[in-house]
Design a protein around this ligand. Structure first.
Ligand code: UDX
Ligand code: ADP
Length: 469
């Protein structure tokens, strides 16, 4: 390894997604002396990053991109040139759960990461620091290192792990003032090079350095702990519904215990997002691989509880609506996996809509940020069989039973029920008197986020059911 000062003046990030885009925009914003290039094989996505309609909806992101784009931030499909010119290359590509072969349904699919490593090995010259940003199973850095070691160009590499802890919807806040930035690595000079990038805006006591494996495992563990809190409170929500307890009261009572704390105790229709389920399944796979079946089973239960919560929501709707929703219009409020994002990966809404469609309900969907095409793609995908084909019957179900609205009022007109699946703030401002008048009676509201709990919908005539009371 060369003994040189590892100054960073050019960064290339492979992957212009929900993580790569906002993270690089923040680095460019806070480090005007660094040239940041974000590359992707998806030319449409790059074109969107270069337009006024960014592919990622994230409060505050547009401003930062507009300030830096064309100065020290660019989005391009010139992958090889950008890698070649960079001192530091971030790998920020997707690592979905593997759906085939060994580890199917559990292990992470590292195909895209491996392709990036091979590309970097092929085009690099001199020395580069390669930073893993994607969520990866423990010991992936080892694989990346081995691929890079086989570079034909006598290039040399340091590999660092720098897991992302930003949450969608608050990505800019999280990037601006992170609780901590974790950097795992082997060589002090390489770690210091990345520390010095973040030190432009994050105080050094928040820049934690560890060995590579601790850093990789910390990301999976953080997400497993957060998801476990949500599944725990959701488990209690089922008990609350069977008793006279109210889950929000229970959550605030236990949250005041400083050992427990108030965050991630909001009972809901189920957690979603690109990380929680994937990372836990990944952890489960690792535990099984390392001969720890009891540990694997312990964490797998968090995902099973989440599946149960989504199913339970639909079962409760059907039972309450006289045991049938067949041919009944249901207004679906929200499709994103949480508010303030246009991301729907693993959104509870996908599973709730699937189960309602299987009950032959007619869905009218409204989400302020998710496009109709995107929702249709998700629904087609959830009904697609293992061979990649959707049956005529399922396609017909979507074609004939799904429609879209441009507001919550429109989604609910003439409906038997409303199902609130995302906690968008604007839902609380809906015209509930007009909505009640336009609905069939009894006018049911099933609130999967307890977003409308304080609105006295019962007093306005609705039959209101939330989670956990
Ligand atoms: C998560 C981690 O928080 C973040 O650190 C990591 O980098 C990526 O994964 P994200 O998936 O973007 O972030 O969102 P998060 O706010 O964690 O919410 C995940 C899911 O849990 C959402 O569906 C949310 O609605 C749900 N949730 C969260 C609850 O149901 N109740 C809660 O109390 C908190
Ligand atoms: P995340 O939430 O982790 O950011 P996304 O799916 O939003 O995930 O983004 C990952 C991006 O990585 C996608 O835009 C995808 O096209 C890109 N990508 C995947 N493989 C490669 C590759 N080999 N080279 C360049 N970009 C890639």
């Amino acid at each position: 390894m060369p003994d040189q000062t590892l100054a960073v003046s050019k960064i290339c990030c492979i992957g212009a997604g929900y993580v790569g885009g906002p993270t690089m925009a923040m680095i460019a914003h806070k480090c005007p002396h660094i040239d940041v290039k974000v590359v992707d094989i998806n030319a449409d996505r790059i074109a969107q990053w270069n337009s006024d309609q960014l592919p990622v909806y994230e409060p505050g992101l547009d401003d930062i991109v507009q300030q830096c784009r064309g100065k020290n931030l660019s989005f391009t499909t010139a992958i090889d040139d950008s890698i070649r010119a960079a001192d530091m290359v971030f790998i920020s590509v997707n690592t979905p759960t593997k759906m085939f072969g060994v580890g199917a349904g559990r292990a992470a699919n590292l195909e895209f990461v491996e392709k990036c490593a091979r590309r970097i090995a092929e085009v690099s010259e001199g020395h580069k620091i390669v930073v893993e940003k994607s969520t990866l199973p423990v010991r992936t850095a080892e694989a990346v290192k081995r691929i890079l070691a086989n570079s034909d160009n006598a290039a040399t590499f340091d590999v660092l792990s720098n897991p992302e802890f930003l949450a969608e919807g608050t990505a800019i806040e999280d990037l601006l003032a992170p609780d901590r930035v974790l950097i795992g690595g082997e060589r002090a000079e390489a770690i210091e090079a990345l520390v010095s990038v973040y030190a432009n805006w994050v105080s050094r006591d928040r820049l934690l350095t560890t060995n590579l494996w601790s850093s990789e495992l910390s990301k999976l563990t953080a997400n497993a702990f957060l998801a476990q809190r949500v599944s725990s409170i959701n488990a209690i929500s089922a008990l609350c519904e069977a008793t006279e307890a109210d889950v929000d009261e229970v959550a605030s009572a236990i949250g005041t215990d400083s050992r427990i704390g108030p965050k991630f105790l909001k009972a809901s229709v189920g957690f979603g997002g690109s990380c929680f389920q994937k990372d836990i399944l990944n952890l489960v796979y690792l535990c099984e691989y390392f001969g720890l079946p009891q540990v694997a089973e312990y964490w797998e239960q968090v995902v099973k509880m989440n599946d149960y919560q989504k199913q339970r929501f639909v079962t409760r709707m059907v039972r309450t609506m006289f045991n049938t929703v067949s041919d009944k219009k249901i207004g679906i409020w929200g499709f994103a996996f949480k508010k303030d994002t246009n991301d729907t990966r693993e959104s509870a809404a996908i599973y709730v809509c699937r189960d309602l469609l299987l009950e032959k309900a007619r869905l009218c969907i409204y989400d302020p940020q998710v496009s109709r095409e995107h929702i249709l793609r998700d629904l087609r995908s959830i009904f697609t069989e293992g061979d990649g084909v959707i049956s005529d019957a399922k396609q017909k179900l979507i074609d004939e039973h799904v429609s879209f609205a441009s507001s919550c009022e429109e989604a609910s007109a003439d409906a038997h029920a409303i199902a609130v699946l995302t906690e968008w703030d604007e839902f609380a401002d809906a015209d509930f008197d007009a909505i009640f008048d336009s609905m069939k009676k009894p006018a049911f509201v099933f609130d999967g986020r307890n977003k409308l709990k304080a609105m006295d919908l019962q007093g306005k005539g609705f039959e209101y059911h939330g989670i956990g009371f």
